[in-house]
Design a binder for this molecule. Sequence first.
Ligand code: TPP
Ligand code: DXP
Ligand code: MG
Length: 631
Amino acid sequence: MHPSSHLLDTIDSPEDLKKLSRSALPDLAKEIRKTIVDVVSISGGHLASSLGAVELGIALHYVFNTPRDKILWDVGHQAYAHKLLTGRREQFATLRRHGGLSGFTKRSESSYDAFTTGHSSTSISAGLGIACAKHLKKDTSKVVAVIGDGSLTAGLAYEGLNQTGDTHKDKDLIVILNDNEMSISQNVGALSSLLSRTFSASRLQSLRKEFGEFLKSLPRIGENVYQLAKRSEESFKTFVTPGMLFEAFNFEYFGPIDGHNLNHLIDILNNIKTIKEPVLLHVITKKGKGYPQAEKNPVYFHGVGSFDIDTGVCRPKKTNAPSYTEVFGQTMVELARTNDKIIAVTAAMPEGTGLVPFSKSFPDRFFDVGIAEQHGVTFAAGMATEGYCPVVAIYSTFLQRAFDQIIHDVCIENLPVVFALDRGGIVGEDGPTHHGLFDISFLRTIPNMVVMAPKDENELRRMLATAVAHSGPIALRYPRGQAVGVDLDEPIETIPIGSAEVLDRGDDILILAIGSMVSEAQCAAEQLAGSHAVQATVVNARFVKPLDRDLILPLARSIGRVITVEENAVQGGFGSAILELLNDNGICNVKVKRLGIDDVFVEHGPQRALRSKYRMDAAAIVENAREMMED
Ligand SMILES: Cc1ncc(C[n+]2csc(CCOP(=O)(O)OP(=O)(O)O)c2C)c(N)n1
Ligand SMILES: CC(=O)[C@@H](O)[C@H](O)COP(=O)(O)O
Ligand SMILES: [Mg+2]
């Protein structure tokens, strides 16, 4: 690694970058890489993707006139070099920290961040929107969307390409395909093998051209020659290349070129910026480029916690409890051993959702559909119609994409699809685009859907067993990170649908808690009894839908003071469900306080700090209980 940052230290904006000679840029790239590795080794972050896009970031800001020209970084997880070059060098050490720089691009953070990101595959649609708006305003500045090969597996990207290629209107958009042959894991699907046909691509294209020229040179094309030409054209299609694909979308295709060769990048960008029609530039990069450990293991270094730079080894976490994700993954394997109908579906997150062990034990029953949550849900619905039991494991935040598919393709027909929602609640450093704070609200409104959240990892296992035995759509949501550390039942018992449990008994206040908030409620009950002489009944609701009305209603009636607690938006969530239940049953003289996230987007920061700031803890329950007692 380069010892100092004397070039980077001179850059406060892309204007300063432009003052450097081309020959200095490779050294600048080294300095940027060193800075990224240094900071991410402490703060954690998306290391491998950002290291792969260093030259791209330099070349784009060297050639284009940002922020007037707009660069949209898809997902935004590869944009650390962009941040360093656009006036955020001094704050870079605050990356992903509470109050510091976001790990993604964010409009409110910088005028150089053209679009706020975190979820994938938005760059082409948003870029086209910006380009069309510029066109209407007669603004001739340029728009560049940088999208990865993984992000190009999502349908949304093709919706953008399709509209961009509409020949009836001028669409001045440059799309850069940053192809490192990786999503988080190995990229999947027909597209990934198509993109790697680079050798045959150029060979076949020149063959095709030569053949066309030959035909044109003939004085008269008879029927036989014409038929031969058509057949040849057809057979060329079996060798479709990336260029042909994008040309079919009416893009001018350039590439593939080496995305780490600054001279080539700058030359070609200078050329294509003069073209006033859709352009696709295909660049080949290496995920983790420049940091050997990340080059060797890009999956591990995609999103990483703090690590030792010399060894690449992550700093150990303090607890011995497994994560919810691990327990989910192990339980899937256990259940699938005796139930050959269980199928696992992931949308490009086999590691993140804990499904790698399942994929190894049952490769035929494991499906990675790519970054295609909508397709994944409908695909699962199709499998369910054939008698299988698909378990769709998707982070809460990414399932938002598939809301219509859940209703239209799964719930209307009451199909037995299990939704395993990892990262339900506050996720931490990824911030507002990634917190899973809406699933309870959006799932509980859907007819036929059952919604559960476990209080600990043993209950997660029981809920998963319950879910695969259920005959309709059913969702369980659980948090990011370490579980509670309880013993696990063997064999796994199921839970009657809609049954809550009483954990503590007291006459003063009723605390109805769900999921991760159950342990906080118990802790609060202990404090209330110990220091404030307030006796609380604590109920682990287990189900948001259906609620255990036979247990909840008499308790609410007799105690008269109710606090609901959930790690979810308070609007429309578990607390709202309780209010509806009470109201619908004529119980209107009960005081109810709903605790949850109150109509805001939660910023990024450590999970613990955010939970405390947003009052998702025992202290908040105690405070609210005491206020209620005083009223
Ligand atoms: C809708 C959505 N689903 C899943 C993810 C999780 N995710 C973030 S980056 C990524 C892989 C993206 O691959 P690619 O675009 O090729 O970028 P690379 O990491 O290779 O640079 C995935 C699956 C996401 N951000 N958004
Ligand atoms: C950029 C992105 O969407 C993912 O890489 C995400 O950051 C993963 O989050 P986890 O670290 O919770 O798996
Ligand atoms: Mg990629």
